[in-house]
Design a protein around this ligand. Structure first.
Ligand SMILES: Cc1cc2nc3c(=O)[nH]c(=O)nc-3n(C[C@H](O)[C@H](O)[C@H](O)COP(=O)(O)O)c2cc1C
Length: 168
């Protein structure tokens, strides 16, 4: 599939089948994440993959907008390291999430990004996962086979794009 078709057809999915996700597919998604671009190629990220149901249920209790991680068989947890790149660590680690989600979509899997960094419950999540102080949790990202179809929309191009100079 053309990259644009893949990008446009990906949706945030909040209902998942209980079908397990094959490890080879999870590994491909992580590999895609690893190949994200980063400022000065510093790669200020580490990743945790969580399958354990008890842990996923605890995530769902703590995160007010990510109840679906209790059902998705896998949760991808990208960690970001501000010490490696104080200015760009978040945009770099955000790119890993997009790579992960697009690879998942290309494999017939679905995802949903739920933001964590800076949230009041981030420290509780860090404790659960034994994450050292110097790392932050960028997000928790559900991964699994979709059990719903969804539509989405974007602002029209002419509201966003300026050619050559900013113009109103
Ligand atoms: C930084 C970020 C944080 C998000 N946090 C949540 C969240 O907490 N819960 C949720 O259900 N979706 C979350 N989303 C998904 C967005 O709601 C979704 O991408 C948006 O509504 C567009 O839908 P689409 O991805 O299907 O095109 C988040 C997305 C981003 C990029």
């Amino acid at each position: 599939m053309d990259a644009l078709e893949l990008l446009k057809s990906r949706r945030s999915i909040r209902k998942y089948k209980s079908t397990p996700v094959e490890d080879e597919k999870i590994e491909k998604c992580i590999e895609a994440a690893r190949w994200a671009p980063s400022a000065s190629n510093k790669q200020p990220w580490e990743f945790i993959i969580v399958k354990d149901e008890k842990m996923r249920k605890k995530f769902a209790e703590l995160h007010p907008y990510a109840k679906f991680v209790a059902e998705s068989p896998v949760v991808f947890v990208p960690l970001t390291n501000p010490e490696i790149h104080p200015k760009y660590h978040m945009s770099d680690t955000g790119s890993t999430i997009m790579h992960f989600m697009i690879e998942a979509h290309s494999l017939g899997l679905a995802t949903c990004w739920a933001g964590v960094i800076g949230a009041s419950f981030e420290s509780e999540l860090k404790k659960l996962l034994n994450i050292p102080d110097h790392l932050n949790i960028m997000a928790i990202v559900a991964l699994g086979y979709p059990d719903q179809t969804r539509e989405s929309s974007r602002k029209p191009l002419d509201e966003l794009v300026h050619w050559e100079k900013y113009s109103k």
